[in-house]
Design a protein around this ligand. Sequence first.
Ligand code: PAF
Length: 469
Amino acid sequence: MAIWTRVVCRPQKSFLHLYPQKIFRAAKPMAAYSTQPSHQPAWLKTLLDNKSPAPKLYAWGPENVDSSISNNDNPTQSNADDLDRRIFILGVGNLGRLYASCLSMQSPRPPITLVVHRKELLSQWIQSPGLEITRLGKLYSGKDEFQIEWWTDEAPTHGPVREVAQASKIRNLLVATKAAAAIPEADKLRRYLDSGSSVAFLQNGMSKLWPPHGQEYISRRYPDNGGPNILACVTNHGVLSEGPFKSLHASPADTAIGPVLLNNNTQPLAASVAYLTEAIATAPDLNARSITRAELWVSQLQKLVVNSSINPLTAVLRCKNGVLFEDPNGVIAKVLDRLLGESSAVLQTLINHPSTTEILTDSTGASDKSLDTLREELTLRFSHDQLRTMLYKIGLIVRDNTSSMLQDARAGKPTEIRDFNGWLVETADFLGTNSSGQQLDVSCHRDLIALVESGAVLDESELGKQLLS
Ligand SMILES: CC(C)(CO)[C@@H](O)C(=O)[O-]
């Protein structure tokens, strides 16, 4: 059995240089930005309207679908020490595979459980060589390094009957599902999460759990201050699916991890926060770093600009990322400029809006910078010109990748357009006007959403006609 091995690779191109000087030094508890502070968004209302008790879930393993497999081939996690170290990865798509492979190269290797979303995937895993990732021309594969489970409220009909985490609490969870499934899936697990748990979300887009909606969700679902710690990762790597457990790590880049909502009622903070953050920040080939809460917020905004430009345009044009950046004077460049101009105006307005004062004030705690200086720096960082420079640099790094949205569009799956361009449109609606009192224009983002959602496939000149007229 091949083992995940650490490769000594050539220095990777990194996005780290794109993050200017450390603006934020401290991560303190705080409330943060929300587009609609007084309004319960649809996702939250749907979850909270479901008043059923947290479901009891069974963990099916290969031995529950194939009677020739004994329980010993998939030993169970039974003791508290194992659970303290075990990292559960919910969702085994591209991001799940990337993080699982890198975490399994840690020394010592943490116990890792991959959690698939369909029973058939357990059977497919049994037949497969395990997880495979091609990185820098080398194939890495691992099977015995992982436990694999399917979690459901149905008890297995044969083989051992086990509850998730042996009916105890999950300490470390990575949610690697698509954006739309992330919170609903994590919500189903609330029976197995408490203030000692840390849940890191890997999805692109702005986290839905930034306060106050995150705080409202946690306090309603986990009364008595028993909510888990919420973290998020911003992943810049480009990964391409090549089959159920197989991916190409097409564009090695970097990752950042930071807190969204920490349960400060538990003092000291749960050990899982540092454990999970450290495991990710030091995982081989992930090229990750730990950042503060305010830095995470800004990094998510910056990544949103990338995903709301590259992803939908590659989906509509059916092209690799690099094609978008080939002709700096062409039609695509003009469309990119329209999108960036609209994004810049929305995000600059947001940065200077009273709703973000709290998050920015929080970050000034450990530095001498005034709120005004921070806002000036961020306003410059999110200017049209700086966003263009940033996007073209990232475009170069991820040029060989096929964007996640194009992969979804080709596979006929729902896309994450509502989490990227849709978020910008909603934010513009909330903000209304810019600092000069002009209505924020997001018409190009709106038209692009409509194109992606209608499944349009266009060439460059048709794209220009649709978006530049
Ligand atoms: C960076 C990125 C655009 C690379 O393809 C990635 O975030 C994606 O595909 O979503």
